[in-house]
Design a binder for this molecule. Sequence first.
Ligand code: HEM
Length: 133
Amino acid sequence: MLPIDLETLRLFLHVLAATVWVGGQLTMGALVPVLRRAGADVPALAARQFARVAWTAFAVLIVTGFWNLAAYEGKDRAGFAATISLKLVFVALSGIAALVHSRARSRALLALGGAGAAGFALVTVFLGVVLTG
Ligand code: HEM
């Protein structure tokens, strides 16, 4: 059995939280048409319940993200600073777009915020994998 240590736990928590934040948004987006058919207020009720889980996952991503950064061995690698800076910009954009989405009063802002939150989060995952390479 390969060794299981603190690094394993750190990356496990970061990846788990990423699956909830990103995978959860994509799944909610796919379920909306069915939720709408179940009742006019059902999408909002489901979204509010998802938001509790999603924002918890986002908080875990921020905490384990800075832990990753502190433990990261390749800080002097060419391109690391640019990659992590770009990733942090997309983390912020994903969080802000999700906030705009959750506070939106118009369908247009709801759709824009939702698409932005998921799209920016997908780029963040990609940059996370680039960092581990
Ligand atoms: C929406 C938020 C975020 C998502 C979806 C995300 C996603 C990911 C993913 C999928 C990986 C690859 C893990 C692996 O292959 O083992 C990763 C790695 C990493 N992430 Fe994040 N992340 C997020 C936020 C952050 C934040 C806020 C920071 C820093 C403050 C951060 C720093 C890192 C670092 C340094 C690595 C490389 C870890 C290593 O190789 O040791 N992440 N991230």
